[in-house]
Write a protein of this length. Structure first.
Length: 314
């Protein structure tokens, strides 16, 4: 009887130091789950270190190791999508190479799918130990804001680490949008998901590639990808300021005609100009974000470009 297969998709960007630790850990897990076949699909996202050399070495050492190397850095979202497209398993797990996603949880995740009928088992951190407090604060605020704006639920602390059935993976692959926000896409396609909680784990080696600024841009991508509320907010602000300006015009006219009160001078006028101009630029910026996403989608550029795979290394 043919064994079922689990594909482990691992996006890699400058993970030279982490790969050997990850490979050792996932190999231990695969030995414990010996009733299943495994494939390890690493996606080299244009790394500038020796990540690709490590992957070449691993693929020669273990036939279960496959890799895809991009022609340049396309981003983690593209790497995850490429891994899902190229995976061949009956089940697919997405994991980070830095071991912040504990491979030891994989066995429990598989049991929930097989024994309890879930389509996906996701993971979420219940603590953010090791993160700067300000980063943790803004992360929590982001989830509160986006869940109020979007019809798609985003789970606070959710990781990209999850195990999915082939049916769910195919549904995600069918979403070929260029501007990808996977946490939202996982929720958008639906399916029954079980959430496993665990405490934050420090990186085994190397440094995080996610700066505060990159996370901020990623958060904006998530909001614009799954909500049009900011557009409504800009419209409401415009209506409010129109009403305020009309009221102020009547007040100034009445005060001038009845009480002979002169119009306030230059300082107050400049404050009003700066305030209204700031609001206008803010609303134009919101429109610009949505317009830029539409512009990128209409170009229909590839989500990623493959330069090399393990087949070229034989």
């Amino acid at each position: 009887m043919k064994k079922e297969k689990i594909s482990i998709v691992v996006p890699c960007y400058n993970e030279e130091e982490s790969l050997k630790y990850f490979y050792d850990e996932i190999t231990k897990v695969s030995k414990e789950m010996d009733d299943l076949d495994f494939e390890y699909l690493f996606v080299n996202d244009g790394s500038s270190d020796k990540t690709l050399d490590e992957l070449r070495s691993l693929s020669k050492k273990d036939k279960r190791v496959r890799y895809i190397s991009f022609s340049r850095n396309f981003g983690k979202e593209s790497a995850m999508y490429a891994g899902l497209v190229e995976s061949t398993g009956d089940y697919v797990a997405i994991m980070d190479a830095d071991l912040q996603d504990p491979p030891s949880m994989l066995s429990k995740m598989y049991k929930y799918i097989k024994e309890e009928g879930y389509d996906s088992v996701g993971t979420r951190r219940v603590t953010r130990k090791g993160e700067p407090p300000i980063r943790s604060f803004f992360a929590r605020m982001f989830y509160k804001i986006i869940n109020k704006m979007s019809k798609v639920e985003m789970v606070d602390g959710a990781r990209d680490y999850r195990l999915m059935t082939r049916q769910m993976v195919n549904a995600i692959i069918d979403l070929k949008e260029y501007n990808r926000y996977s946490k939202g896409l996982f929720s958008f396609v639906g399916f029954n998901t079980k959430w496993l909680e665990y405490e934050n784990v420090e990186r085994v080696a190397g440094e995080t590639k996610w700066s505060f600024w990159k996370l901020f841009i990623y958060a904006l991508d998530g909001i614009t990808a799954f909500s049009t509320v900011p557009l409504a907010i800009s419209s409401i602000i415009g209506i409010i300021f129109c009403l305020i300006s009309m009221i102020m015009i009547f007040v100034i006219i009445i005060k001038t005609l009845i009480f002979g009160d002169p119009v306030s001078g230059w300082p107050s006028m400049m404050c009003v100009i700066f305030l209204v101009s700031g609001i206008q630029l803010f609303c134009i910026g919101i429109l610009g974000q949505y317009l830029s996403k539409t512009y990128l989608e209409t170009k229909k550029r590839p989500i990623y470009i493959v330069k090399e795979t393990e087949k070229d290394n034989k």
